[in-house]
Structure formats: C-alpha cells, structure tokens
Design a protein around this ligand. Structure first.
Ligand SMILES: NC(=O)c1ccc[n+]([C@@H]2O[C@H](COP(=O)([O-])OP(=O)(O)OC[C@H]3O[C@@H](n4cnc5c(N)ncnc54)[C@H](OP(=O)(O)O)[C@@H]3O)[C@@H](O)[C@H]2O)c1
Length: 340
C-alpha cells in the first residue's frame, strides 16, 4: 500500500521531532513536507534540528528539507493531512486558514481546543467526538482535531474507566518534565537543582479539557509544577467519588478497560497499565511499552478517609503530543479514510 503523505508544522521542535521519530516506523503515513520558522528554510532537517529524542534520528527522514509555511506548496506536495506542533500564537493564525483551505489538521497546540466544534480527541476515551468534524463543515472544508494538553491526556485516560463510579472532586498535582516546555525551554539556571511551582495556563487547561473530554462537571483542583526531569509527567491524584469505592475497584477498572474496537497501529493493546510496586510508576519508565511512550502507567492506589489516591505517568511528547495526534489521524483514516 502507498503511504499517505503528511506535512509536519513545527518539525524542528520537541514535538516535531517526536512526530518524525514515530512516523519513520508508521505503516500508514509518511512525512513529506516539513515546516519550521523561515530562517531554517532550504536546509535539511538533520542540519537544523537539535535532536533530543533518546533514540537515533531516522536516517531516511534526516535529509528532508525544511520549508517556511506555504499553503500552496503543501497542497502541491499532496499533503492533505497536517500534523501541527506550532506554538499556540502561530497555530491560532495558521490552523483555521488550513481548515478553510481543505486541509485535515491534527493539532497539538492549545489554540483551538476551546472551540465547541473542535474535538479534543483521545480514541480510547471519546472516539465519538471525531464526528464533530462535520460541524466544522467537513468535507466541503477541512477540519481541526486536537489532542489534549499533555498532563490532561494522562489524567483523562486514567479517569475514563472510573467515571462510572461518579466523580465528585479531583485533586491533582503534576510533576512536569522539561521537554514539556519545548526547546530551549526553561533556563538551566532556573531549574537546575530546583522546582518551579507554576506553569502558565496549565491548571486552567487541565480543568477545562478534562471536563470536555470526559463530559463531567466535577470540581477539579490542579497544581502544576515543573521539575528537572527530561521526559514524562508524573501526577499525584486524589478523587472523591460519589459511590463507595475501594483501591481494588479502580485497579480492576483499569485492568478491564477494553479499547479494542477503535484499535489502531499506534494504540497499545493495554492503554493503562497498573504497577503494583510501591515505587512505580516514575519518569524513568517514560518510553516503556509498545509503541514506546504510548502507555499511561498508574500505581500506588490507596484510600485515606473518603478519598482514593493514585499516581500516574504520561509521556508528554509521545502519548501527550505526537503519538496522540498520530493515533487520532489513524482513527480518522480508519473511519473516514475512503473520503480523502
Ligand atoms: N512539549 C510537549 O510536551 C508538548 C505536549 C503537548 C502539546 N505541546 C504543544 O505542541 C506545540 C509544540 O511544542 P514544542 O514543545 O515542540 O515546542 P518547540 O520545541 O518550541 O517547537 C516549536 C516549533 O515551531 C516552529 N515555529 C516557531 N515559529 C514558527 C513560525 N512562525 N512558522 C513556522 N514554524 C514555527 C519552531 O521552529 P524553529 O525551530 O525554526 O524555531 C519549532 O519547530 C506547542 O503548541 C505546545 O504547547 C507540547
């Protein structure tokens, strides 16, 4: 089968390089047009990227040329599917224009997530949200499908099998890695041997996006902290359920969480894996699982008074960004690919 050509916007960033790494092995999509800021145009990916993935750069994609943003060139190259890893302010301008011009945009940026007709899609959790593309005017227009903010992705996935118990209150503290701030990100002098107890806009995103994805109205109390770790966001969660719930009930709900019907190439056979060891999960496990980085790990299920606590780990640049987008595009292709 001929692979489907795709464009990657923000290809030299942390999420962009995660896209290239994952897509170099993907059976359906092949990166064919890379975009970064204008100063890099005309040079090769390998010359311009500061490669930070803990794997080798895919040699077949290293020579691809970097382009400046050019709608006509993307069209000429035959890239109808676009993966966007642009900063929010740039995405705000470019993504709606791409949609207007008929492109199918799978975005990591927070720019469009608050639009009512733009889905925040996690295939295992709310696959039905994909149908919102028709409310955006597809197929006459293109569409934008977003994935959630990286911390929200881990939280929403871990909570999805627990919604049946009724969730009253969610208290979540995140320990977010440096790669979550992009490259070059935070100054080494601010973070070396230190933690920063504030991440701009992150707590508001966790509240809004968790409610939108899970269709719940629970009270959510997030605290987001930047930590000097390279990859992976750890989250400490406490839940007040409406029903009487024991730790063994939530472990069982995760174990039995079946997601087979929307399974695609990038979706692990088990999307949530509970670690029984007291000292797991931890960010050192960020690239565990198959495909690496796509599994959300939970652990330390316990009960104090009326609340159930647990810890979760999500790989922010894979499951929380590039891998999530690829999975969304695969789901779209599986359901509606014959219309492209
Ligand atoms: N990092 C994460 O864990 C994570 C997780 C979820 C979502 N996100 C979201 O994903 C997006 C990308 O994040 P990131 O961490 O990859 O950021 P990043 O490392 O700062 O990369 C940004 C990319 O955008 C490109 N870019 C900047 N201005 C541009 C312009 N005017 N035209 C074309 N390209 C331009 C940059 O190119 P140059 O290299 O040429 O500057 C670079 O390739 C952001 O919206 C972020 O909020 C990130």
């Amino acid at each position: 089968m001929n692979k489907v050509k795709v464009g990657i916007l923000g290809a030299t960033g942390l999420v962009g390089q995660a896209f290239l790494w994952m897509l170099s092995k993907n059976k359906l999509f092949i990166p064919s047009f890379l975009v970064a800021s204008e100063k890099r145009a005309g040079r090769s990916f390998k010359e311009e990227v500061r490669w930070l993935m803990p794997y080798s750069m895919p040699s077949d994609l290293a020579e691809l040329e970097i382009n400046k943003m050019d709608f006509n060139a993307l069209e000429k190259e035959g890239c109808k599917i676009i993966f966007s890893a642009l900063p929010k302010n740039i995405a705000t301008e470019i993504e709606p224009e791409l949609r207007k011009r008929g492109f199918l945009v799978f975005s990591n940026a927070g720019a469009m997530r608050r639009e009512e007709n733009v889905p925040i899609l996690i295939p295992e959790v709310n696959p039905e949200a994909i149908e919102l593309i028709y409310k955006q005017g597809y197929p006459e227009n293109g569409f934008i499908i977003t994935n959630a903010n990286c911390s929200t992705t881990g939280l929403a996935l871990a909570l999805a099998p627990l919604v049946k118990y009724g969730i009253d209150e969610i208290y979540v503290t995140t320990y977010q890695s440096l790669s979550g701030a992009g490259y070059p990100g935070i100054s080494s002098m601010d973070i070396l041997g230190n933690l920063i107890p504030y991440i701009d806009g992150e707590e508001e995103k966790m509240i809004f996006e968790t409610r939108k994805i899970l269709k719940i109205s629970s009270s959510i109390f997030p605290t987001c902290i930047r930590v000097p770790v390279m990859f992976g966001h750890l989250e400490s969660v406490w839940i007040k359920f409406k029903e009487r719930v024991k730790p063994k009930d939530i472990i069982e709900a995760w174990t039995q969480f079946e997601v087979g019907k929307n399974q695609t190439e990038s979706q692990p056979s088990k999307s949530i894996v509970y670690c029984p060891e007291q000292d797991r999960p931890h960010p050192g496990m960020s690239f565990h699982g198959s495909p690496p980085g796509m599994t959300v790990y939970t652990g330390r299920a316990r009960k104090y008074e009326d609340k159930i606590g647990f810890v979760l780990l999500v790989n922010n640049i894979i499951r929380g960004a590039a891998g999530g987008s690829i999975q969304n595009a695969e789901l779209f292709y599986k359901k509606h690919g014959n219309q492209i």
